[in-house]
Design a protein around this ligand. Sequence first.
Ligand code: MG
Length: 439
Amino acid sequence: MLPRIILHLDMNSYFASVEQQANPFLRGKPVGVVATMTPNGCVIASSIEAKAKGIKTGVRVKEARAIDPNVILIPNDSSKYRSCTEGIFRILRQYTEDIEMYSIDEAFLNLTGFVPSYSQAETMAADIRQRIQAEVGDWLRCSMGIAPTRWLAKFGGDTAPKGATLIVHRGNLHQTLDPRPLTDAWGIAHNLERRLNLLNLYSLGDLRRYPVINLMQVFGINGYVLWANVNGIEIPGLRTPEQPKSIGHSHVFSRKAESLDYPKAVLAKLCEKAGRRLRRLDLEAYGVWLSYGVPDWVAARIGRAGGGGGKKLPYALYDTHDIFRHCWQMLLDDLPKRALPNFLAMGLFYLKPRSRQLRLWSSLAPPIDRATSRSWRSLSDDMERGPALAQALDTLNDQFGDFTVARGSFWGLNEKDAPDRVGFRKTVTYDPAADRYVW
Ligand SMILES: [Mg+2]
């Protein structure tokens, strides 16, 4: 039987490297790509030179400038990164058709049957690296991991030295994995690390040798997954890009919220983006989460930096409006009195192919909006018109540009915080109460 061989590829300092590729003046200099060019905006990618100075992903603009006044900060330009990614994936597709595009700069390639051995996989990795530099950009570097499972390949790619390939196979699994700290593992963050420490587990070797039954008593099925991952047992296989596990969007506010109107408009936009993606993939969601952050001075008062919520639902979400009202309710339920967020994130999970089933239970009627004491929309409206209307709006917006048409009364926004203030292009709105379009 041919050995199972999975290759994980991860571009190094991707957005910053693409900027350096595009502009040779930036090469060899500390560069940070930022989400929004405000003092509290986050650096979402820093170049190797910036990382060496301590400007890591996630630091704020003002902190980055304090660490190195000479840091070059650039607003993110997603179309540039996307076109580079297309070039990279075009190369990858020439090696295997079994590819999982994991993110904009990461991919898994199933090489099982395409190469007979790990040494030939390593030769292929070197070839891919050389072609990316020759055909996409000579400043672009990537790390790769090659292993018998998807999880170990990712572990290899994550822990390989920058620009190098790490091979993990049955013969060197223990030696490679065992001395590493728990948080080197994909999926183990500080929270889980603390819980594993309580079981006296401190390294990946400790985890690998721990009785799986004991792990399952504490963590349930996730305990099995943890154990199987570090023991080189494949769990999920490759997921196809057509069906992501979750769909989510987030936004760091570019200005201070004076009331809930601005967060509401931002949330409406995030929900619309997620809803559009959901419908384009012909999926529906049985889970939704929301998370928010608050400014430092509020965090000091309330003792936490943010909050949020998440829930599984007995029925499917499909329409933007349904997604929005769940998220909005979770925000209102969790937000401390008089606090306003400066960051919002939301996501959909438990995604399934669309069943086209209607809701049955009146107890699931839409919640009441606290601010206006009115129901967002009637249940019958939901059942009969919701999906068809959502698709009609999507079709119009696909043809004429995002947010050409949006439901007017749906957002419940004040004029001054109308969605176009956060980037909507509002030319026509649909008023469901009057069942007509408003120009
Ligand atoms: Mg990367």
